[in-house]
Design a protein around this ligand. Structure first.
Ligand code: BES
Ligand code: ZN
Length: 455
């Protein structure tokens, strides 16, 4: 039976199961959801065991590790995905509740629908296709589905560092990225790296009356504002000394391809809903989100934010700051430069503490000349009717470096099926059903071809 026909005949059953998967509130950022992470992992274990995989839950929150021993001599692949999701807030902006999946307008709405449960599900379906129609998978498979991607993959990092030999593979396959657009299928060939910091500013021992004592102490909220505004200029250039050191000039061939994309200002204004665009001068919006690094404030906290006025000088202020890195930038030297710079620009009268959140990751690139990449082009073309283009993505999957290393330096294929409009990390996250079903078909087509790749 063809993959397309099998998917069409099983649509209802598959959708029910995807909804079960999406109902778990597997939010890795909140300690109160630990048991939900555990339950999600157990649900995955149930499915994979029924498919004939050897399954183990490793660590806490568990990484689901499963192994399928395929035919003698067949290639070994490593599949990576994550079952944890971002917090759903602000809740009031969701049309339907984030953990009660709803299908409307040709898409399934839920937190994690695209990032990454829906995309993991495309592969679960692909494996089931082989088991049901052929009695077995045509290759050997290591499966790693973690519950901490959105918070830094601590458990998986330590797991991978332990038993290295175990992971040796011919290719790594990941579906946690997106197309450029519905009619422009895309294979991701680069991701930006990530450095994430929390800056805490402490001033007076307690909140002070801003009248009786205002004017004699440094205000931590203002001090934090000075620091943050000094990190990046109005020209969009990051001011940390040495930040841009080592960055390579864009490749002429890539630039040529980018010019053919409808990635103009208007496109990004619509996508973001921002009144106008901002960013580093001298680069196009597409360049700014792919080959240029950037720095952003992800959140700030200080003082009184409730209804009405309260007259205080807050005792402290904090901000979460992330930097997206591109090839050539070294996370460790940038971290050192960032710390030194923040200390140097801090006003007198406050104490500064800088903490690193997440494992730092340099940018990630994957070559387009491996046979496993070629078959990804064929698989996506078969399912979506158009040859995919290679494109860099601005987001990050920090664990990929370590995965590639423990797998023996093999090609990493980033065959994601999301769309830029899926609202990942935002309210009303969704995954288009067309992308889901064609993505599942592409996954099947890829595994089928991968089984025949000469190692
Ligand atoms: N799936 C995303 C990465 C991504 C986002 C790929 C958009 C393609 C398009 C992944 O789940 C993610 O969100 N990663 C985090 C990194 C993590 C350490 C918090 C990110 O990029 O912010
Ligand atoms: Zn994410």
């Amino acid at each position: 039976m063809t993959p397309r026909l099998w998917i069409a005949e099983n649509t209802e059953r598959l959708l029910q199961r995807l909804q079960d998967f999406l109902r778990f509130p597997s939010i890795s950022a909140h300690p109160t959801h630990r048991s939900d992470l555990q339950r999600t992992a157990e649900w995955l274990r149930g499915f994979l065991s029924r498919m004939g995989f050897e399954v183990e839950l490793l660590g806490d929150p568990p990484t689901v590790y499963a192994h399928y021993a395929g035919p003698e001599g067949a290639p070994t692949l490593l599949f990576y995905g994550h079952y944890d999701v971002q917090p759903p807030d602000p809740l009031e902006l969701w049309v339907s509740p984030p953990f009660e999946p709803q299908i409307r307008d040709g898409a399934i709405y839920a937190r994690g629908a695209c990032d990454d449960k829906g995309q993991v599900f495309a592969h679960l379906g692909a494996w089931e296709y082989f088991i049901e129609t052929q009695g077995q998978l045509p290759l050997s498979l290591h499966v790693l589905i973690e519950g901490e991607e959105e918070t830094g993959s601590e458990t998986l990092y330590s797991l991978l560092k332990e038993g290295r030999e175990k992971w040796k593979s011919d290719a790594v396959i990941v579906s946690d990225t997106a197309f450029f657009a519905e009619d422009i299928p895309t294979l991701t060939v680069g991701l930006r790296g990530l450095l994430y910091a929390e800056i805490r500013v402490r001033g007076p021992q307690r909140d002070l009356h801003s009248g009786s004592l205002g004017g004699i102490v440094e205000n931590p909220a203002l001090a934090l504002a000075y620091i943050l505004t000094a990190l990046k200029g109005r020209d969009g250039r990051v001011r940390i000394p040495g930040f841009y050191q080592g960055i390579q000039a864009p490749d002429a061939q890539e630039r040529q391809l980018w010019r053919s994309l409808p990635a103009n200002e208007e496109y990004y204004r619509k996508l973001t809903g921002s009144p106008s665009l901002a960013g580093e001068v001298g680069f196009t919006p597409l360049e700014r989100v792919s080959i240029r690094p950037t720095l952003d404030v992800n959140g700030m906290k200080s003082g009184y934010t409730g209804i009405g006025a309260k007259t205080i000088i807050p005792a402290e202020a904090s901000a979460k700051v992330s930097m997206r890195l591109v090839p050539g930038q070294d996370p460790e030297s940038i971290w050192a430069a960032f710390r030194a710079y923040v200390q140097a620009i801090s006003p007198a009268g406050v104490e500064i503490e800088i903490e690193r959140l997440h494992e730092a990751a340099p940018a990630f690139e994957t070559p387009t000349n491996s046979p496993f990449y070629k078959i990804a082009e064929e698989a996506v073309e078969t399912a979506f009717g158009r040859r995919p283009i290679p494109l860099r993505e601005g987001g990050s999957i920090p664990i990929l470096h370590t995965l590639r290393e423990v797998a023996g330096g093999c090609p990493v294929i980033l065959m994601g099926f999301g769309l830029p409009t899926d609202a990942v990390h935002s309210p009303n996250e969704h995954f288009r059903l067309d992308q889901l079903w064609k993505g599942m078909e592409a996954a099947i087509e890829w595994y089928r071809r991968a089984a025949a790749v000469n190692k």
